[in-house]
Design a protein. Sequence first.
Length: 150
Amino acid sequence: MSSRLLAPVRGWEARRTLRAARRRADAELVASRLPSPRLAWRTAELVDADNRVELGRSLTAIVHAADERLLPSASPLDRNAVRAARAQLLSLAAHLFDLSRPVTPRGVLIVERLLVDGTGPLYQAGSPNRLRAVVSDADAALDEGHEPGR
């Protein structure tokens, strides 16, 4: 009986431990241009096709949400910056959707951080050039270490 009562706690502890391990691995992967073999598990999660498609969908949803024909949503998007960087954001999404092109885990992490960082250029009102620069850096980071043109 007590093992059934503790099962939710054990599941919560396991998820918390996994999130902490992911944070440590992410910090190392972002800092390094060459992924460590001991972080192969996190690298595989990041470059997985499902994760790439999900990130690409999130980028296209952000572009759609910033459309001037739509009423603003509760999301704190910097709609002006997103509209100004629309082409770059859609190009970044296309890069993620193109599963025949390899991507780096570091690049995927930069895209993830762009999407979730509430203090980043997607959400803080500022210069559209700042968002364009971050998107350009993310797109370049996706290709790091791969042959130009492929």
